[in-house]
Design a protein. Structure first.
Length: 206
């Protein structure tokens, strides 16, 4: 009799354990997804902080900053509250996007500054209609030895797929936060910089 009761008790424990596992299997993915969404929101927020700081610096001095340090402190003025880390990379390091001598954005995925009225594209229409079939390199384009070039923006080094689609891109290293003065009326350009249309703005966090 006692053996039968212990058998029933063991069966109840097994059933309870199975129910707990089933419940966890449903809850854990939701928790992980929510955590990823929060990190994505933080990535957009921090990237926009860099883009905004570069824009303010450009309007103040008429040039791009040469480093993050210049954003943190130049002429006793701070343009960036602190040096934010990339929340999607294990080491927290960004892929820096810089401006080359011909105005190209080095380190970006084929993006160039916007044309101002009257400017023509010297490259012509070669390659129009061709589809990009190769998978883009992980972590974004190579930066090379460009640390001496001015800083135009930042992007994540993570090539992971995102849940949220940001400005038409669904891979974190394609979420590029670049300041382009040609799109900023305040800097004498034509139009405002592109801002994310899928997320509320929030105040900086320390």
């Amino acid at each position: 009799m006692r053996r039968r009761e212990s058998g029933y008790a063991l069966l109840v424990v097994i059933l309870l354990a199975a129910l707990v596992l089933i419940a966890l299997s449903a809850v854990v993915p939701q928790v992980l997804t929510q955590g990823q969404r929060e990190k994505e929101e933080e990535l957009v927020f921090r990237g926009e902080q860099y883009r905004r700081a570069i824009g303010v610096f450009y309007k103040k001095f008429g040039r791009y900053p040469n480093s993050v340090e210049e954003l943190l402190r130049t002429n006793e003025r701070s343009f960036l509250r602190r040096e934010y880390r990339d929340p999607m990379s294990l080491d927290g390091k960004w892929r820096f996007i810089r401006v080359g001598p011909n105005g190209e954005f080095i380190g970006a995925h084929g993006r160039r500054p916007s044309k101002k009225p009257g400017e023509e594209d010297e490259g012509g229409d070669e390659g129009d209609g061709e589809e990009e079939t190769e998978e883009p390199p992980a972590g974004g384009p190579a930066e090379g030895d460009n640390e001496s070039l001015p800083l135009a923006g930042v992007a994540s080094r993570s090539s992971a797929r995102s849940i949220r689609i940001y400005q038409g891109e669904e891979r974190y290293d394609f979420w590029e936060f670049i300041y382009d003065p040609a799109q900023d009326v305040g800097a004498g350009g034509q139009g405002q910089p592109k801002r994310p249309a899928d997320g509320p703005q929030r105040k900086p966090t320390s």
